[in-house]
Design a protein around this ligand. Structure first.
Ligand SMILES: *Cc1c(COP(=O)(O)O)cnc(C)c1O
Length: 382
């Protein structure tokens, strides 16, 4: 299926494999045992398309979805998604009516938000299940552990709100060797123990992201919140070896373009802006209509390679806004205008992983997927 937008006739295309998304979801579900799964579909599904991903995961049995802001939840509702949708950040007085109207699940971090929520819910004759987010070691958003009891009491006392769950977030669950996850989890358990008698029976305790789910299974509790694993990358940023016979995640995104010109230049030719690369031999070059405006960042110059005819060709010279040059002198076979070049994903027997691109870009797979996926036309393949 083709997305109907202005980019859909671009030579640069991002293909999303539905079967890889399904495979990754089911692998996560198997890891979670009987616990609920809340796929994180923020950032337009980490660049994979929020609505499309939510539909795929819902069909596989996802229990809820996680987004950042209320407006994303509204888009999911308008697309027919009926599962609970958690709004993880940006609960402000002006977003509360939207949250209530679209039956989204607010995540609260202080009493100010609670009184706003309660007042609006009562006005709309609703009772809304809220989740309390506590900071037990992330050092980012949330209430302090010692504030949880007060918030839980406030939720119990206020009309229009009830306690749906308590959550926290791991800062280092991608690091299998660190003690941090154990410590943070211990603090979360202490917080929960401190309010034990005040919690409703169906209170949903959750803290595990992909790292927790994959590497610290005991942290899953009632629900896991995987993001990156669903899209096929390991949070630690390398291709986790896994045990013998263990199922592996599959990269769901592939980013490709087409060769628009093939040229041969003599030795001593400077290439592109700044003439940062000068050919040392007669060279065959392929010109690609992709550049930093497509998320193929300048940082990749002199580091990245692309796949052409299943072989690696290095990126040479600076990457410009709309053009990239690759050296195909050593590629076996005749390169022609129109040939496919793969910037990320597989071609032939080789694969350029998101983690490999991330290493070239000095970043993490998450950012690569958001950049490529959200800046280019997406096509879904089965
Ligand atoms: C984004 C996010 C996740 C998912 O993290 P991954 O590392 O992608 O699995 C889980 N929980 C919260 C609160 C998040 O913001």
């Amino acid at each position: 299926m083709t997305e109907r937008n202005a980019l859909s006739s671009s030579l640069n295309r991002v293909e999303i494999s539905r079967s890889a998304l399904r495979h990754n979801f089911n692998l996560c579900r198997a890891r979670a045992g009987g616990a609920r799964i809340m796929p994180m579909v923020k950032a337009d599904g980490y660049g994979h398309g929020m609505i499309e991903c939510a539909r795929i995961f819902a069909a596989e049995g996802a229990d809820a979805f996680g987004v950042a802001e209320a407006c994303e939840g509204r888009v999911l509702r308008e697309a027919g998604i009926e599962e609970p949708v958690f709004v993880l950040v940006g609960l402000m007085p002006e977003t509360i009516p939207e949250i209530l109207h679209y039956r989204l699940t607010p995540v609260v971090v202080d009493g100010l938000q609670l009184t706003d929520l309660s007042r609006n819910a009562v006005e709309m004759d609703l009772e809304v299940g809220v989740h309390v987010k506590t900071d037990v070691g992330m050092g980012r958003q949330g209430c302090l552990p010692e504030e949880v009891a007060g918030l839980v009491r406030q939720i119990t006392d206020l009309p229009g709100v009830r306690l749906g769950g308590i959550m926290a977030h791991f800062p280092m669950a991608d690091d299998v060797d660190s003690d941090n996850t154990m410590e943070v989890f211990g603090r979360f358990q202490q917080v929960v123990a401190g309010v034990e008698g005040m919690l409703p029976e169906d209170c949903c305790l959750n803290i595990a992201n992909s790292g927790g789910l994959l590497h610290f299974g005991f942290t899953i509790l009632n629900m896991a919140r995987p993001g990156i694993a669903l899209y096929g990358c390991y949070p630690e940023g390398k291709n986790h070896q896994g045990r013998e016979g263990e199922q592996r995640l599959q990269l769901a995104m592939r980013f490709s373009t087409r060769v628009i010109q093939v040229r041969t230049v003599p030795a001593g030719t400077g290439l592109g802006y700044g003439q940062t690369f000068v050919t040392s031999r007669q060279s065959r070059l392929a010109v690609l209509p992709v550049g930093y405006k497509d998320g193929y960042l300048r940082r990749l110059a002199g580091r990245a390679a692309v796949l052409i005819h299943g072989q690696r060709a290095p990126v040479v010279g600076r990457i410009s806004m709309n053009l990239t040059i690759v050296d195909v002198t050593d590629v076996v076979g005749e390169i022609r205008r129109g040939d496919e070049a793969v910037l990320m994903g597989s071609q032939g027997d080789d694969l350029i992983s998101a983690d490999e691109v991330a290493a070239w870009m000095d970043t993490i797979s998450y950012e690569v997927l958001c950049l490529f996926g959200n800046l280019n036309a997406r096509y879904y393949i089965s």
